[in-house]
Design a protein around this ligand. Sequence first.
Ligand SMILES: [Zn+2]
Ligand SMILES: [Zn+2]
Length: 376
Amino acid sequence: MESSEDEEFYDGLGASFGPKRREDSPQHDNVFQERDQCQKKAEEFVAKCLKPAVEDFINRYLGLSIVDEMLKKKEFSTRVAFQYYILLDLLSKESFDDYLSFTSSYESFVKKWILQKIQEHFSSSSKTSEFENQHLETSVSYINEGIKKAKTLNRENVKTLVEDICKELGDKLVISQDALGAFMILNNADQNKFADYLTISVIAMKISLREKFKTSTFKDKRKCLHMQPQDELFQRVIGCGKKCPFCAVPCEAGGEAHAQHWASLHRPLGLNNYRCNMKLSTDICSSLVENDGCFRCPQTNIESHPYKRYREIFPDWDIFPDGSLEASDYWKYIMTKYNDDFAKQYNAEPADIPSPWRKITHQQAEESLKKSFYMK
Ligand SMILES: [Zn+2]
Ligand SMILES: [Zn+2]
């Protein structure tokens, strides 16, 4: 195993530097002093400059590794698959609060849902440590190359050696200039010895970081990431994120730039607090924009405006007028099941549910979801 080799190497050298035998000779004192100083400086450089840079590197790339890993899962394979699995999950949990969050706080609900999937996936596997170790290996190999190269250059003292190492690391590892500045108040320690101790200190750093990866929780790791994987995944699977101004169904046009937002099938409007007088509405947008009805909303200054001319108010939405379209059995079932809850929540009267909707079963709702998923 690679790690045990490192440990042996480290232990071996550690023993030779190890317990300091002080002898009563000034010559020995000097040797030990120089050795102590070299070792101290090397350890200081690792602790104050290299270790933070390595941790920063890992925190920068770990988020991306998590995103790539999650994208291999079926839920995240396409935007359509994502909608299917999230709606299927909602149906299986049968929680009104979840449906309310899904319809009224879409982005935050979806991000929480994604985060839960990430936590489920990573809490039960050692995958995170595996990724952390990969990024650790990469950053340590940059450092070792840097030390090796800097050693071949002509240099005057430890200061120039360190400067050369930092130059070699370039933008691969970001070394704090403040920490470096403080460290640079240097002595005239021997550069070769310093470089040797540096190599050893880097191995010690690697071992201690590996231990840290093993013991820290996924939550702790996630807090340090530069990019939150749920935000990145949200961008990938949600597309443009715009919602129908009437029923709040998400746009299906995708993530690429598009002038018009659209959805293949809209939802009963009552789910998004649209009402006819005080009653929640069971209509869907495609029928309404074909009929002679009117709507009022903050965008119309609460003035009545014909549905047929909705584009004057919402020019970037394209709602295909088709009176023959009905909501899916899935949403009919949800609207029926939670009619009273939505009404109470919105301070409205419950919708008049068409009687065929009441006959739709949980099973049929699920089948309608599956059918639309496999048709897309
Ligand atoms: Zn709509
Ligand atoms: Zn869109």
